[in-house]
Write a protein that binds this ligand. Sequence first.
Ligand code: IMP
Ligand code: MG
Length: 168
Amino acid sequence: MKVLITEKQIKKRVSELAETIARECISGHLHAIFVLKGAFIFCADLLRALSKNDVDVTVDYTIAKSYVGTESSGEVKFSMNVDVGGKEVLLVEDIIDTGRTIKRLKEELMKQDANSIKVACLLDKPSRREVDMKADYVGFEIPDKFVVGYGLDCDEKYRHFPCVKIIE
Ligand code: IMP
Ligand code: MG
């Protein structure tokens, strides 16, 4: 497996993202909702970086599953029980691929009366997009390769890698 993004590059980029997010946070309080399982490591690092930028954070999660192996099943399944009414919401995702997961999640949450809903993702594969979806904060744009590590898996393996690697 070839390293695409090193641990050091991720650390630097995550602090940059936190600075930008903090600057654009209007209320000084974010309600973060991360997408399990893939986003757990990115979210943990991003939220700790936000605390260094004096943003108050509360956290919730949702579970989404759209992949079996390296093939998209095209279908997104969700489970969540969150209340975003009146909140400045930050959706935290590991990677945006077809865009279906985060688009559906945003649409679900827009039924509630949030003050705002923004999206932060570590990785973005714009060439794979099938629906109209743009994240507000993107760590790295990557080519159309299947990647693992830093939360991302292939059949539940490799999530614990501190860097992002390409599966050949
Ligand atoms: P989307 O709904 O097609 O945008 O897919 C988003 C989800 O697919 C992500 O949250 C990941 O869980 C998974 N995914 C997409 N591309 C990759 C990849 O390269 N490696 C691991 N998981 C991926
Ligand atoms: Mg995911």
